[in-house]
Design a protein. Structure first.
Length: 236
């Protein structure tokens, strides 16, 4: 799948006091003071990715859900940072399913903090590194369990899709970034987070809206959102 790359320059946003185009990192500073940057999950490269959901299979940009998905309640849509997110983040494969965020930093920095904006259609999910890895430059972070809040579901018969708004979940550990190219990966692994009474939905993951990084480095990335929109047939 051929991709056209759209460069999101966080530094431009800092200079102009404006937001960078949707899907790119954005922040409020640098040069010694930590700033916050947002990287939209719908801007990753979906080449070769496949997954499944409730009575459906997903391939590549089919994983993009949100404003393009019929019947999503307004409280969920209004909680999304760019009106879209990556759904169907489920796997039964030994290698798991991974979202990759290639990020550039203007300088090395320590003590960086990552927050994941997540939702769930399968009830509240208690996620630990045993179920989902967050990997920075090849090193998996150790973090305390997070409870991604959803409906109180005990059976697949109660399934009704996304009903609870997405929310931010800050990981407990910090990490280093190097000057230049960095790679942050969010990887769902084979697990038992789903419904015990439905084998096809026993290994599931959260919906991923975006990742947010607080850093003293100025961060940017090459978002594929514009190209992904075309491929998915999304018209804003």
């Amino acid at each position: 799948m051929k991709k056209l790359k759209f460069l999101g320059i966080a530094a431009l946003a800092l200079a102009c006091g404006m937001c960078v185009a949707t899907g790119c990192g954005s922040g409020n500073g640098g040069g010694g003071s930590a700033s916050n940057y947002t990287f939209e999950a719908e801007g990753v490269d979906f080449t070769g990715m496949s997954s499944f959901g409730y009575s459906i299979n997903y391939n590549e940009t089919d994983l993009i859900q949100g404003k393009n998905t019929p019947s999503f309640p307004s409280n969920v849509l209004n909680s999304l940072s760019n009106s879209y997110f990556v759904g169907g983040f489920n796997t039964t494969k030994p290698e798991g399913l991974t979202l990759k965020f290639p990020i550039k930093a203007d300088k090395a920095s320590t003590g960086n903090v990552i927050t994941l904006r997540l939702g769930t259609e399968f009830g509240t999910l208690r996620i630990t590194p045993a179920e989902m890895d967050v990997i920075v430059n090849g090193v998996a972070l150790e973090y305390d369990a997070i409870n991604v809040v959803g409906e109180n579901l005990t059976s697949v018969e109660q399934y009704s899709g996304y009903k609870v708004p997405f929310a931010d979940y800050k990981l407990s550990s910090t990490f280093d970034l190097v000057a230049g190219d960095n790679l942050i990966e969010v990887k769902i692994k084979k697990n038992n987070l789903g419904f015990k009474d439905e084998p096809m939905l026993s290994s599931v993951g959260p919906g991923v809206d975006c990742i947010k990084i607080k850093s003293e480095s100025v961060l940017s990335w090459e978002s594929l959102w514009e190209d992904n929109k075309l491929e998915a047939g999304i018209q804003d």
